[in-house]
Design a protein around this ligand. Structure first.
Ligand code: PMP
Length: 362
C-alpha cells in the first residue's frame, strides 16, 4: 500500500509511534482490562497519568513555576471567549493585533465583552509579498487589560518569531498552530493557549498556560468551566475533562521528549520548511506570497501558476499518497501543514511529486 502523508491543517496527523502505542493499549490500559476512555478521571491511575502529562509539558516548554497549566475543553475558539472574561477584570479595553483570519476571529468574540483596539500589522513588501510590521509599531494602549496576538496564522501561513515587548500589559498568544514547534520563553507571556489538534493531540482539548497573578480576576458572569481560577482549584477536573485527548497528549509529550525535546524538534521543523520553501522558490510554476521573514514553518500555502490545474494537482497528489493539500477557501491554492508529526520523508515525497507534476503540466 502507498504510504499516506496527511497534510491537514487540523485535526492533523499524529506521530505514528504514538498512534501505535495508543492502539496497543486501546482496550487494555495499564493492564486494567478497560480502555483509558472508560476509566474515571478521578481514579488514581488516571490522575497520575494526567499529572505526568502536565509535568512533561512543563519540562518540554520550560514553564516557570509561577504559571499554571490548564487542560480545558472548548478548543481555540473556546479560549477566544475565555480570555476576555478572565482578563478584563474591571477594565473595558483590550488590544488585538491583526495578522490574518484567526486573529480576526478572536476579535469577533472579544468584542462581545470589551472595547477592542485593533492594530492591523500586515503590510505589503516592496516585492509585493505579505509582510508584518515590526512589533515596535504595535502601539499598545497602556490602559488595556491585555494584548492578544496569533504568532502563527494557520490559514495565511504567517508566523511571527519575535516576541513583542508589551511592558506591563500582559501578552496573550493563540499558539494553536505553533506550540511545541520551537522553543519559546514562556516568561514573556501572560497567557498562552492552544487548541490541541495540531501539535498536541486530538481535538477536544485546549491547553492554557497562565501566569499566577492573572488568575482570580474573572468577571462574575463567566461560565465556571472557562474560569482559570475554577480550573486551577480543581486541577482542570471541575467537569469531566476530555480524558482521551489528555491521555493522547501525554503520549505526544513523551514522544517529543524522546525526540530530544523542543530544540531538536525545531531543527527538524526548520529542515522540513526549508525543503518545501526551496522547492517552491526555485520553481516558476509554484509560488508562496509570504515574505521570508514571516513564513510559517507549520503551514505552507502555495499556488500553481495556472489555477485550472488545482483539481488535477489534488487528485494526482492524493493518488500518490499525499492527502489534504487543498488550501483554505479564503486563500485558495494549496496548503501543506507540516506539524511536528510530519516526518521529513513526507515533505520530500511532496517535493518530489511537485517536481514531477511541474514537468508534466508546466
Ligand atoms: N486559532 C488558530 C490559530 C487556529 O488555527 C484554529 C483552528 N484551525 C483556531 C484558533 C480555532 O480552533 P478550534 O477549532 O479548536 O476552536
Amino acid at each position: 500500500m502507498t504510504k499516506i502523508y496527511n497534510f491537514c491543517a487540523g485535526p492533523a496527523m499524529l506521530p505514528e509511534a504514538v498512534m501505535q502505542q495508543a492502539q496497543s493499549e486501546f482496550c487494555n490500559w495499564q493492564g486494567s482490562g478497560v480502555s483509558v476512555m472508560e476509566v474515571s478521571h478521578r481514579s488514581p491511575e488516571y490522575v497520575a497519568m494526567a499529572k505526568q502529562a502536565e509535568l512533561d509539558l512543563r519540562e518540554l516548554m520550560a514553564i516557570p513555576d509561577n504559571y499554571k497549566v490548564l487542560f480545558c475543553h472548548g478548543g481555540g475558539r473556546g479560549q477566544f471567549a475565555a480570555v476576555p472574561f478572565n482578563l478584563l477584570g474591571d477594565k473595558l479595553d483590550a488590544d488585538y493585533i491583526l495578522t490574518g483570519q484567526w486573529s480576526k476571529s478572536a476579535v469577533v468574540e472579544a468584542k462581545k465583552h470589551a472595547r477592542i483596539h485593533e492594530t492591523n500589522i500586515m503590510r505589503t513588501t516592496e516585492d509585493g509579498k505579505i509582510g508584518v510590521k515590526s512589533s515596535d509599531d504595535w502601539n499598545v494602549n497602556a490602559g488595556s487589560a491585555y494584548v492578544h496576538y496569533c504568532p502563527n496564522e494557520t490559514i495565511e501561513g504567517i508566523e511571527i518569531f519575535d516576541v513583542p515587548e508589551t511592558g506591563v500589559v500582559p501578552l496573550v498568544a493563540d499558539m494553536s498552530s505553533t506550540i511545541l514547534s520551537r522553543p519559546i520563553d514562556v516568561s514573556k507571556f501572560g497567557v498562552i493557549y492552544a487548541g490541541a489538534q495540531k501539535n498536541i493531540g486530538p481535538s477536544g482539548l485546549s491547553i492554557v498556560i497562565v501566569r499566577d497573578d492573572l488568575i482570580g480576576h474573572a468577571r462574575q458572569t463567566i461560565p465556571s468551566i472557562f474560569d482559570y481560577q475554577v480550573q486551577t482549584d480543581f486541577d482542570s477536573m471541575y467537569n469531566t475533562p476530555p480524558t482521551y485527548s489528555w491521555y493522547l497528549a501525554g503520549l505526544v509529550f513523551k514522544w517529543l521528549l524522546a525526540q530530544g525535546g523542543i530544540a531538536a524538534v525545531e531543527k527538524n521543523n526548520i529542515a522540513k520548511a526549508e525543503l518545501l520553501y526551496n522547492a517552491i522558490d526555485s520553481s516558476s510554476f509554484y509560488s508562496n506570497n509570504v515574505d521570508a521573514s514571516v513564513r510559517s514553518r507549520m503551514n505552507i500555502p502555495f499556488t500553481l501558476a495556472d489555477d485550472s490545474l488545482n483539481e488535477t494537482f489534488l487528485s494526482e497528489s492524493k493518488a500518490a499518497g499525499l492527502v489534504t493539500l487543498k488550501g483554505h477557501k479564503l486563500v485558495g491554492g494549496m496548503r501543506a501543514s507540516i506539524y511536528n508529526a510530519m516526518p521529513i520523508e513526507g515533505v520530500q515525497a511532496l517535493v518530489d511529486f511537485m517536481a514531477v507534476f511541474e514537468k508534466k503540466y508546466a
